[in-house]
Design a protein around this ligand. Sequence first.
Ligand code: KIV
Ligand code: ZN
Length: 513
Amino acid sequence: MKTKSDRIMIFDTTLRDGEQCPGASLNHREKLEIAQQLARLNVDVIEAGFPIASPDDFRAVKSVAEQIKGPSIAGLARCLNKDIERCAEAVAPAGKKGRIHVFLATSPIHRQYKLKKDKAEILKQAAASVGYARKLCEDVEFSAEDASRTEPDFLAEVTRTVIDAGAATVNIPDTVGYAIPTEFGALIAFLFEHVPNIRQAVINVHCHNDLGLAVANSLAAVQNGAGGIECTINGLGERAGNCALEELVMALRTREALCHATTGIHTRELFKTSRLVSRLTGMVVQRNKAIVGANAFAHEAGIHQDGILKERSTYEIMRAEDIGIEGSDLVLGKHSGRHAFADRLAKMGFRLKAEEQERAYNRFIDLADKKKTIYDDDLVAIARDEMEDVAGIYVLDYLHVSTGTKTVPTATVRLKKGEEIIQDAACGDGPVDAALMTIDRITGIKGKLLDYNLQAVTVGKDAQGEVSIRVAFGADIISGKAASTDIVQASAAAYLSCVNRLLHSRAGVGKKK
Ligand code: KIV
Ligand code: ZN
């Protein structure tokens, strides 16, 4: 029986596959902020983007490679020389920690319909690309896209070939989230039996969550020899997302005796990382999400509460502290000074610029006038709003709505754009609709609301409401968030933040699209 745990490599692809999640695109500063937090979390590899995809992606990978110390920094490339060269240039500043990650589809469906290539051509292209990438970078990974739907014998042949060509890591993706755990575990075991040189490389897996099995499939792979897991924070990613890093890591840690595997992750950074990614991508974490959801450690039932008070392990398999969730108690009052406020935000992982800090402090003082109790979560909501680095284009200066059972909902909105002040009014089918219509009239940009989500930031009738929205402006889909004790104001501010982000992206200031 195995007694020693294997150290599993955690390859985080939040900034690449995670960012492919519709509506979750990030600007340059946001990508760097997430990369810094991933380094604090101590992931082994950060996949920072797909350098050939756009100039913004290239710049992001290059900046991450320049500035982030600790993890290896990977960039994605198709098995094409122009992709590989661009990727090599982007990861070069990371020196020995730079990695080129090339991928090529191997399954019959992809070979026939997408690539129109036979097996021999795939083997040739994979080997040539790995060989070429090795000339430009010491650390090369190969991914057999749609591996789980590839004939196992052919997948074994591909794996052997790319290891011979110099790949130090071979990734076996379940690209369309089709596998189930027993089957996927058996595929990894099959490769270990049939690829003679397999121990010269690390075998990664990269599971998508279309059937809700990404974490289960990744665990099955670990139990059958996989040495690395590709995953994302909060399970973000294409379609239903990728394996959620926080779930995988805590499953390995909680059930180490069975899985015989550990990671280097500093688990106390997990909650903070999840919050940061949710805030910057605008992708809300569902309350009952495992590990990082608001309810993950909340015990509602009397029997459970009684058990917990007697002995925590009766109903708790993990400790909230181990994930970095601290009590959400009263922290500050309206007499708290700037220093205490800044200190508290810094302890929660926020790094605000001086002007953002000042705006956030003023908001906090306003809130303390309106609200009896200020919680950490209130401060997080304020800091999130004020860290909007695109806040400067249009600023909400004044909002008045009139609404009621026998009134046509009407909004008057005043926006500031630099020195200019623009005011207008419009009616809508409710106060939020009226406010957003007025913003459209002022800015001349028409957005279509795709999602609208309102959540209380904390408990109590005086809680701030946090509005998260996704808006389509033609083909551009943008997410925004804002909080206020007035939910119409929060809605208008969230919408305005989408407009500002759109304008920045169209001006090429940060967004990819
Ligand atoms: O899902 C997938 O197959 C991928 C590869 C590019 C690794 O994201
Ligand atoms: Zn993927």
